[in-house]
Design a protein around this ligand. Structure first.
Ligand code: SAM
Length: 247
């Protein structure tokens, strides 16, 4: 795990021996299960360390610091797949409760197995789409921090994530490439769902040659109860910007 250890140290993270072992085990289980179910296209030892583990840990650059130590601080990862970014984050920050949402049953089987193997505590795996889970009382507007990586474009993603976020909490999306247009196109969706764009944080690590950003959105008002709309609609018909016609 040399590459991960070196990359993480640039984020100010020093691993314990147990954490290094957990990442080793995570790698082995990911590769083993990937032979049977489609978890990831990234499989070589070096790439998993950087493109999955280290990339997930870049989230720490947007974490609210001391607030995370407070009782009741909790995290939800929407569309976590094989556990990214939620599980690497849980390995380095064991205290906050973590909920992983993933609609593909085979992936949630892997996640249950992984959580047991890594002996992670206070992790819940929920086999559901975000559109459904977000209307359930234990999940709606409850979480201090909502995460999501590689799930959808921002207008869709805002609808799939902000309903889970409590007022005063935040949503952090991991994004790649030119994101100006995507953000411009998501302003109305973010506002309608009760959010406010706080800032974008550029990831500057030599491990990544492409442009990577964290998009940080604060939850400032309640999400209207009709959101998220029924399954599939946030993706098929994302909330659009209003066209302003100049006379
Ligand atoms: N976040 C992981 C990562 O970065 O490796 C997985 C990314 S994968 C490209 C997208 C994941 O989002 C899939 O596992 C898929 O099942 C999940 N997903 C798609 N639509 C979703 C929805 N409406 N609610 C929750 N998860 C969803």
């Amino acid at each position: 795990m040399e590459e991960l250890i070196e990359g993480a140290s640039k984020l100010g993270i020093e691993f314990s021996a147990r954490q290094v072992k957990q990442f080793e085990l995570y790698y082995r289980e990911l590769i083993e299960w990937n032979k049977r179910i489609n978890l990831t296209a990234i499989t070589d030892y070096s790439s998993v360390q950087t493109k999955h583990f280290l990339d997930s840990l870049t989230i720490t650059l947007a974490l609210p610091g001391e607030e995370m130590e407070e009782p009741g601080f909790d995290i939800i990862d929407i569309g976590t797949g094989a556990g990214f970014p939620g599980v690497p984050l849980k390995i380095v920050l064991p205290r906050p409760r973590l909920v992983l949402i993933e609609p593909t049953a085979k992936k949630t089987s892997f996640l249950h197995h992984l959580i047991r193997k890594l002996e992670l505590e206070d992790v819940e795996v929920l086999n559901s789409r975000a559109e459904e889970a977000a209307h359930l009382l234990p999940y709606r507007e409850r979480f201090s921090l909502v995460l999501s990586r590689a799930v959808a474009l921002l207008p869709t993603l805002a609808e799939l994530t902000l309903p889970f976020c409590r007022i005063g909490g935040r949503f952090v999306a991991q994004k790649k490439g030119e994101i100006g247009q995507e953000i411009g196109g998501a302003k109305r969706a973010i506002a309608l769902l009760g959010g406010k764009l706080d800032h974008m944080k550029k990831i500057e690590l030599s491990e990544f040659r492409d442009m990577r950003y964290l998009v940080v959105v604060d939850k400032i008002s309640p999400t209207p109860s009709k959101y998220p709309r029924r399954s599939g609609l946030p993706r098929r018909r994302p909330i659009q910007e209003v066209n302003r016609h100049v006379a």
